[in-house]
Design a protein around this ligand. Structure first.
Ligand code: HEC
Ligand code: HEC
Ligand code: HEC
Ligand code: HEC
Length: 343
């Protein structure tokens, strides 16, 4: 079945449309949704980029050149930003608005929640309060990385992760975060505000260009190793599928948002089918089978969410169980360096 056919299955009755408009009004005027949904991170646990920069100086310098950083000052002054905000009734983009969760990092400043920067280290690695000390302690001030006891290291990683750190070593966790913002799972923002219905995001292409910052363990900001890029590519497609399904599951109207989510899901499904022809893994087979068993249509929330959940479990296992060495089959799919997204 082709993707336009799948999308044409998206239907919504007039009555449901009315209910969803009502919900939209409630949503826009309810102060509660702000409290619940506003922030990608817990502002009371955000340390801010300067805190990370105390040790990660080179990383901060690279990050400052990215759109993740510059959106902080640019978005509130952008014409397109103003246009979107007007359409959904938002006065100040930087304060009580739906824009905060993806474009800004908010922290507590003098007991008030305030946006302090754009998309920061913590937007991608988790709010730092509970792990910032733990992740850099090799077992006392006098112990250097190379002298760290292996058991201590294992425990440090485990402690950091359970305190909310998204470590690069946990590929699913870091990448999941990118897709959470870049698929733009906000129906009103897209349909009413006219916001882009997600990015044409592919993890290797989007992570290996301007946002790359491999400057801690080696100084020269080298691109990720081939095996790592294979893993990134495949896990990225799995996440695209998962987030597409989650996004479609919550869609209420047959309009731009639902169509984009259905298209995203279908494309990821087709790519994963192709990958499965060259890569052998039980997790991948599980995902392809799960995707094939669910209808990409509106009013199918339970089925879509259950499938997304199952895909998520497979994807986590896939990321944890493999290192990419055996997946040369995907090399022809990997973007070449000239395709990496610049700043
Ligand atoms: C006191 C110095 C210090 C501060 C402050 C600091 N880091 Fe680190 N960071 C380190 C050290 C040391 C390592 C190397 C740890 C290792 O080799 O496992 C590291 C490693 C990392 C890694 C890679 C870890 C891994 O497991 O692969 C990330 C990601 C990271 N830091 C993010 C941050 C973020 C985000 C902040 C701010 C919230 C921050 N760091 C603040 C010293 C610091
Ligand atoms: C769910 C996450 C999310 C939310 C919420 C969100 N955005 Fe975005 N926005 C994005 C992403 C991701 C991009 C990058 C799109 C791309 O380059 O593919 C983007 C890009 C933009 C752009 C184009 C780039 C630029 O800065 O000129 C504008 C304008 C914009 N957003 C405005 C807004 C406004 C205004 C709001 C609040 C009403 C908002 N966004 C809320 C995720 C979000
Ligand atoms: C857009 C999301 C994003 C942002 C913003 C971000 N990181 Fe990362 N970071 C990643 C990803 C993804 C990796 C793993 C990259 C790879 O494997 O090639 C990573 C890797 C790292 C590493 C290990 C690699 C190395 O050699 O340095 C450190 C340390 C780190 N980040 C610290 C930081 C700090 C500090 C900041 C803020 C200045 C920051 N990151 C901002 C996503 C991000
Ligand atoms: C908290 C939400 C959020 C997370 C997490 C996030 N991004 Fe972004 N990203 C954005 C927004 C919003 C923009 C658009 C900024 C702008 O132009 O105003 C953006 C822009 C970008 C751009 C620049 C796009 C362009 O058009 O030049 C790249 C590349 C990118 N992100 C890659 C990544 C990668 C890779 C990850 C994960 C490792 C990631 N992002 C995680 C929100 C996010």
């Amino acid at each position: 079945m082709n993707s336009s056919k799948q999308i044409s299955q998206i239907r919504v009755s007039f009555c449901e449309h009315k209910i969803s408009s009502l919900l939209l009004l409630l949503f826009l005027f309810s102060p509660l949704t702000f409290a619940n949904q506003e922030f990608h991170l817990d502002p009371s646990k955000v340390k801010g980029p300067d805190a990370c920069g105390e040790c990660h100086k080179d990383t901060i310098a690279l990050w400052k050149e990215t759109k993740h950083s510059s959106t902080f000052s640019k978005l509130p002054r952008s014409e397109k930003g103003r246009e979107i905000a007007d359409k959904i009734g938002i006065k100040r983009i930087k304060s009580e608005s739906e824009c905060l969760s993806c474009h800004f990092t908010s922290a507590m400043v003098e007991e008030k929640i305030k946006p302090v920067a754009g998309i920061t280290c913590e937007s991608c690695h988790g709010d730092g309060q509970d792990w910032i000390d733990v992740h850099s302690d090799f077992g006392g001030k006098e112990v250097k990385a190379e002298n760290e006891d292996p058991a201590h290291k294992k425990e440090r990683y485990a402690k950091s992760e359970s305190a909310g750190m998204l470590r690069p070593g946990n590929l699913y966790a870091v990448a999941n975060n990118c897709y959470g913002c870049h698929t733009v799972p906000k129906e009103q923002l897209v349909n009413v505000g006219g916001h882009a219905a997600g990015s044409k995001f592919e993890l290797v292409r989007w992570s290996q260009g301007g946002v790359r910052h491999n400057v801690w363990y080696t100084k020269d900001n080298t691109e990720a190793a081939l095996e790592r890029r294979r893993m990134m590519f495949i896990v990225g497609q799995m996440l695209d599928l998962e987030h597409g399904m989650r996004g479609l599951a919550i869609a209420k109207e047959k309009a731009a948002y639902a169509k984009a989510m259905a298209k995203r899901t279908r494309s990821a499904q087709l790519r994963l089918q192709k990958i499965a022809e060259t890569v052998e893994s039980s997790e991948l087979t599980g995902i392809v089978e799960t995707a094939g068993s669910v209808k990409l249509k509106l009013n199918n929330e339970d089925e879509l969410l259950a499938a997304a959940e199952s895909i998520s479990t497979y994807a986590k296992q896939f990321a944890a169980n493999h290192d990419g060495k055996q997946f040369a089959g995907v090399d022809s799919f990997l973007p070449s360096a000239d395709k990496y997204k610049k700043n």
